[in-house]
Structures are given as C-alpha cells and as structure tokens.
Write a new protein. Structure first.
Length: 247
C-alpha cells in the first residue's frame, strides 16, 4: 500500500529517485499523490477478508518513506479494523520516526520491517544520508514494536566483504540483543561494489569470515531468530513459522 511521495533519506542507491546529475538512473518512479485512508481501506479490507494467509504492508521501494504519512496510516489501520480483524498489518520503513511507530502500534500495527545496509552507524549514515533522524532512531523503532508484542524484521542489505566483516558481525549481534529482533530478511544488495564503497568512503572493510559462516554463527547464538526473505503472515508468526504459505 504505497502512501508517501516523499522521503526523509537520500539513499545513494535509491531505486525510485536519483538526482539528474547522478550517473545511475532510478528503475521506477515514486508515487505522485497522497492516497486517503478511505482509498486504502477500500482495497485492503477485501484482501484481508478473502486471502488465505492475508498480509498488507505500507511502504515499499516504489515510493518515499511511509512514516512521513503516519497520520494517514494510523487512520487507515483504525478504519480497516472497523471492518475486519483478519490478517496482519505491516510497515516497510526506514524506522526514522519512533514516535510515529508508537502511535501506529497503538492503532493496531502488527509488524515492522526496517531497512538497513549495516548495523553500524558510520556505515549506515553515508549510504542513507538521513534528514532529521539518526541511526539510533531505527533501533528505537524496533524496540517499540517489540514492546507492543509486534513482529520485527530488518531488511538487511548483504554486501559480501563488508556484511561478513568481524566488526559488522559484532554490531549485528548487539542489534539483535538490544532490540530482541524477530527476523532477518537477508537481501542481496544489488549494487556496483566499487561505486558503493567509493560513495560511502570505505577503503578497508577489515577481516571477513564469509557470509555463510556469519549466518551459521548468528543462527547458533540466536536459535529463535528467523531467517527469511518475505514478511511473514500472522499464521506463520503465531503458528508454525517453517510452514510455507507462499504457494
């Protein structure tokens, strides 16, 4: 459910907006209008009512940052729940506005997926180039959703040679512990490596262990943490997570 034509980050690899002077081109255009809660409710309620394992999500790469439209989202959640209690309501976000996340949890938000290229602030910031928020805000947003009993994921951009560094591994362990994270969605960071490292000013990524070993170590230390690629439906969250509902 796209809701926002604007964003409060300036990600160097943004797929929906690139400055004219940039050499790369965005693959798709952003939303050009602001949907109303009534419009959102109109097409989400039938899906929640009839789909076998229903889930609806605010926010995706084809738009800006949904938390900038949190009032509309809150109104939509309240209206949706007047019509149906079925399914799960998720938000895909940069997690930049913890107070807005709290308001959405109080309205009935079930889960959140926060995107990040790193568990380290000094790697996150030069990529996202945030406006009026800091890395600590995304950590706080994850904590808030867990405090309301919600499901939390990170949309984790995997960049071999950096993601699997010892420093990143230790930072990820800290993030998992600090936020009581539910799930990591391991995402292939489809970006030119030289361009990316040049843009964020990294010349030495440090000692690395390999992505497979890193994943195995994380799984061993945090057996309740789920690995995946998609936001789980309520049936998976509350029941048998390993059952495949995506068929």
């Amino acid at each position: 459910m796209p809701v926002s034509p604007a964003c409060n980050a300036n990600c160097i690899g943004c797929i929906s907006f690139q400055p004219q002077e940039e050499t790369i081109i965005s693959t798709q255009d952003r939303l050009t209008f602001k949907p109303t809660a009534e419009e959102i409710t109109e097409f989400t309620v039938p899906h929640l009512e009839t789909a076998p394992f229903p889930l609806v999500s605010f926010g995706q790469g084809c738009e800006g940052e949904p938390l900038l439209m949190w009032e509309t989202i809150r109104e939509s959640i309240i209206e949706i729940r007047k019509h149906t209690s079925k399914g799960s309501i998720n938000i895909n976000t940069n997690g930049s506005k913890p107070d807005a996340v709290k308001a959405l949890c109080e309205a009935g938000l079930n889960s959140i997926r926060v995107s990040t290229n790193s568990a380290r602030k000094h790697i996150y910031t030069p990529y996202y180039r945030p406006n009026n928020y800091v890395f600590e805000d995304i950590i706080e947003s994850l904590k808030i959703v867990r405090s309301y009993g919600g499901w939390t994921s990170i949309n984790y951009f995997v960049f071999p040679g950096m993601t699997d560094s010892i420093e990143e591994y230790e930072a990820l362990r800290k993030l998992i512990k600090e936020t009581d994270l539910c799930m990591i969605q391991w995402r292939n960071f489809n970006i030119d490596p030289d361009w990316y490292l040049g843009k964020i000013g990294v010349t030495d990524t440090g000692e690395c262990m390999g992505v497979k070993q890193m994943m195995e170590l994380i799984r061993e230390e945090f057996p309740n943490l789920k690995f995946g690629y998609f936001n789980p439906s309520m049936e998976r969250i509350k029941g048998n997570f390993e059952v495949d509902f995506a068929h």
